[in-house]
Design a protein around this ligand. Structure first.
Ligand code: HH2
Length: 286
């Protein structure tokens, strides 16, 4: 299976991709405030690329439960210096790609003009202009499932069968995107771990990765440092996100072994080693 991200084409047959997270925000749940300064964000991107990240995902708006939305012009103001700096860098990492985490078509358009290869839309096309912007650019599009909005998504989420319902939603969004001109081979699908999900729902989606992979597009899993891992691992949900790295690596191994092709993570170097082990185990399983 290939995943087309403008001029970057990833062959996902045997290799799970690792996407490093950089949030240019004051309030992200794990790295909020650390990379709000453009110089710090650029240095972090370069560090993750040096560690071997296949992609970096840059966000200018937190989507943690209860977070407030950030106007498009402010998102662009935060992203532009980082994207501009990276655009001059690509000879150093010719095979890596840059993703921008936004649900706004205006932000996506500005980011694509500055060279982004992927739009990571956690709202899966709630902005009706998003498909046109992505289709015109030839960029890749991540479609993620979220129940509700970051403001209300954790208020008693319920599903009859979370894996089936999320799969049906993602398939419908994929069809909407391709009908609007986005190439199917540019689309990746994401169950949205923690987005309108209890810990049990997030665990079921992680364990059910194979069912989503059967839809035939690369599955992206973002479990990194999320609080459901603390609950399962027996650490306090109030624990610092940095204390959830080992549990995150376990989640990455499960996701990759069960067919996820892209892991969105804070800890790139460790996850790359986990991904290689999971890839090797998948290869001998056949
Ligand atoms: N999770 C977060 C943000 N964006 N995008 C995708 N596709 N999948 C995810 O699971 C996902 C995502 C939340 O993590 P983080 O970026 O670390 O925090 P915040 O939203 O607080 O900035």
């Amino acid at each position: 299976m290939i995943w087309r991200c403008r001029d970057r084409v990833f062959d996902l047959q045997s290799r799970t991709l690792v996407m490093g997270i950089v949030n240019v925000t004051p309030d992200s749940f794990s790295d909020g405030g650390r990379y709000l300064d453009p110089g710090a964000a650029i240095a972090r991107c370069r560090q993750l690329l040096d560690e071997g990240a296949d992609l970096i995902d840059i966000g200018a708006e937190s989507t943690r439960p209860g977070s407030q939305s950030v106007p498009a012009d402010e998102q662009i103001r935060r992203l532009a210096p980082v994207l501009e700096a990276l655009a001059g860098d690509w000879h150093t990492w010719p095979e890596a790609a840059v993703s921008v985490d936004t649900a706004s078509a205006a932000v996506a358009e500005a980011a694509l003009a500055l060279g982004a290869h992927v739009i990571n839309d956690t709202s899966a096309l709630r902005d009706p202009s998003m498909t046109g912007v992505v289709a015109r650019s030839g960029a890749a599009l991540v479609l993620m499932h979220m129940r509700g909005t970051p403001q209300d998504m954790q208020a008693d989420p319920r599903y009859d069968d979370v894996v089936r319902e999320v799969g049906e939603f993602l398939q419908a969004r994929r069809e909407a995107a391709t009908a609007a001109g986005v190439a199917d081979e540019a689309i990746a699908l994401d169950p949205g771990i923690g987005f309108g999900k209890t810990s049990e729902h997030s665990l079921q989606l992680l364990a059910g990765t194979r069912a989503l992979a059967a839809l035939g597009r690369p599955v992206l899993v973002g479990a990194s440092r999320k609080s459901f891992l603390a609950r399962i691992a027996g650490t306090a949900p109030t624990s610092a996100p940095e204390q959830r790295v080992d549990a995150s690596l376990a989640a990455a191994a499960i996701a990759a072994y069960e067919g996820a092709r892209i892991l969105r993570v804070h800890d790139v170097a460790q996850t790359l080693r986990v991904a290689r082990v999971a890839d090797a185990a998948r290869a001998v399983r056949g």
